[in-house]
Design a protein around this ligand. Sequence first.
Ligand code: NAD
Length: 431
Amino acid sequence: MDPFEDTLRRLRETFHAGRTRPAEFRAAQLRGLGRFLQENKQLLHDSLAQDLHKATQLDSAFIRKEPFGLVLIIAPWNYPLNLTLVPLVGALAAGNCVVLKPSEISKNVEKVLAEALPRYVDQSCFAVVLGGPQETGQLLEHRFDYIFFTGSPRVGKIVMTAAAKHLTPVTLELGGKNPCYVDDNCDPQTVANRVAWFRYFNAGQTCVAPDYVLCSPEMQERLLPALQSTITRFYGDDPQSSPNLGRIINQKQFQRLQALLGCGRVAIGGQSDESDRYIAPTVLVDVQETEPVMQEEIFGPILPIVNVRSVDEAIEFINRREKPLALYAFSNSSQVVKRVLTQTSSGGFCGNDGFMHMTLASLPFGGVGASGMGRYHGKFSFDTFCHHRACLLRSPGMEKLNALRYPPQSPRRLRVLLVAMETRGCSCTLL
Ligand code: NAD
């Protein structure tokens, strides 16, 4: 019998039912905490005195953003320049020293980063190290002050386990399956343009690409010809000869993706050519949830469509799975978009478009749950690579003022102390 099970289940049920979301609910809880302190003042005084003999006072304070020290940045292969340089900017801007470990798979960019980049950054604070899983594993045995990892959830766990040995804080920018809900109340051609653009961009090898579409069978019927027309317009009658379509990074990834083409039924595309690492922009229908294409992150130019009967069913489908890095909802009804937004959780969200939310430096970028932890881009990069040091500076003089807080305590002193705190607007507690 697990003594915690009932309590944890009850709290999770409350959370999933959305009870804690409304602002009034949260304000009511905080008012409750205030009342708790007010109504139990004497009881708390007595119990604090019994436990700790304690009373403290907060003063004015400031946050000093300080570099962590030695930072390790580990990058993947799919945007090998962007995903190394963008974190690097934040780490250097904050004043850290950096070890950069690019992906060994995008070997040409790795070479440029190793050979050319050190000429542009002071080598006393910066180093590029090379290697695959084995070398990275060895690197991770060392102590770093911060680790910023971008890659798969599988390797994210390895990185976090290694970091835990030294209590090193981490940012994990991971992947997963990003749902894309398409409501019946949509213009199929507009949706097809936007979905195809961001699904087939970089041959689908994008962490925030829509991994699958959720829509009704009726919308699927309208969407398929629209997707076909978009694909032809974007890449021509023979997408393999199009200069606008990327290739799969290597043979291993190609073979993995080729196997996924066997799931469900090919409605559009489906062709592949191993010698060219080419996979046609593909749409799959009649896909079962248990098939590999719905179990693993696709990371290629394949778009399965899964049928749902309503927005409720789509939300339920999404919430049954790990929290995604990005979530998309298309509808002419802002109510529907808002429902998907408020009743789900994901690293980022975009209504009626693809991954445009991640292009804005004013928005943080990062995952939640299985899609990662931490955030960066713009100011958030700087903050990620800083320790937010809480500081208090006091005058060495005016010791008489301090006498109030020194023992022995008396009810009169306490009253004066409380008045002093109120007039200074401190949200100080006695605890
Ligand atoms: P990966 O996890 O295989 O590799 C990432 C990095 O980890 C590489 O530098 C690699 O050398 C290193 N690595 C691999 N195996 C390791 C091991 N056993 N021990 C230690 N280090 C190891 O990821 P990938 O294949 O390069 O990239 C694809 C994944 O990255 C996808 O899941 C994608 O969604 C994700 N991704 C996420 C983001 C994001 O911003 N959230 C961006 C791009 C890619």
